[in-house]
Design a protein around this ligand. Sequence first.
Ligand SMILES: Cc1cc2nc3c(=O)[nH]c(=O)nc-3n(C[C@H](O)[C@H](O)[C@H](O)COP(=O)(O)O)c2cc1C
Length: 308
Amino acid sequence: MASDPRLQTSLCGIPLRNPVLAASGTYAYAVEFEKLVDLNQLGGIIVKGLSREPIAGNPPPRLWETEGGMMNSVGLQNIGVQAFVSEKLPAIRKLQTPVFANVFGYAAEDYLEVVRVLEDAEGIAGYELNVSCPNTKHGGIFFSSDPALLAELVGQVRKIAKRPLIVKLSPNVASIAPLAKAVEDAGADAVSLVNTFIALAIDIRTRKSRIGAGFGGLSGPAIKPIALRMVYEAAKTVKIPVVGLGGIRSGEDAAEFLIAGASAVEAGTANFWDPQSPLRIARELGKFLKEEKIANVRELTGTLSLNR
Ligand SMILES: Cc1cc2nc3c(=O)[nH]c(=O)nc-3n(C[C@H](O)[C@H](O)[C@H](O)COP(=O)(O)O)c2cc1C
């Protein structure tokens, strides 16, 4: 299928047929969706977070549906970077769609090792660093909430990563601007936000958490207005592209994020009710551009006038 020229754009120099990517942790390692979705029609795919060693993940229950969203505590279960390269990359390599590796760790050395392994492999368009983990070497301080720690990590990864580097910010902070700035100054090519909001759901009969691990990360439409505000703040602060996400389920939602300052968007939770969601969102966005007589989606980015 020919791509709509209105939707064609690029991210960190990578051409995208449309600006809607599938978000990490909601599209497995991409190739599992091959029979359900024409993966080559997607703007891009971010695979599930990859760590140095395989991780079994958290105890069940791992998911809980909330009003307007869901909570998860999958615990970053994954097959580890080595198995990803040998078992998943050969099929990923055949796709035309850019596939990004989402990378995480508990110390800078973990991130560096994952990126080193991927640097030696073909088939990945770029990296998305998930910095929402507690740093085990610094007493459990979250990388995502300390600009100095974050800058140090990004700077080290930058030195070894030849591919584009997107850093995914957590919304669980008082102010997003200093973190976005720290990431830009440390050499990232783009920031993406938001990851999930730390949340709690309670079973009042047992007086226990609905989630096996205690807290879970809230995602879906419920978080969209907060995500939009944070994307706006980040985009006002940095010159590098911002990738916006958080509760996007329609072309109109995607347009809101672009207007707030995003250059591309990701859809996550929407894939749980329909893995075709990114394609539908892109189609709806194209329809909106046509209706508004906008020649290319880039023209939308950062056009918000906040004060009426
Ligand atoms: C089940 C599940 C697993 C996720 N796993 C990851 C992950 O491995 N790495 C990551 O950076 N984000 C992960 N996320 C966060 C999403 O990529 C996204 O940032 C978040 O859900 C907000 O977007 P949404 O409201 O469109 O889902 C996960 C989200 C869900 C729901």
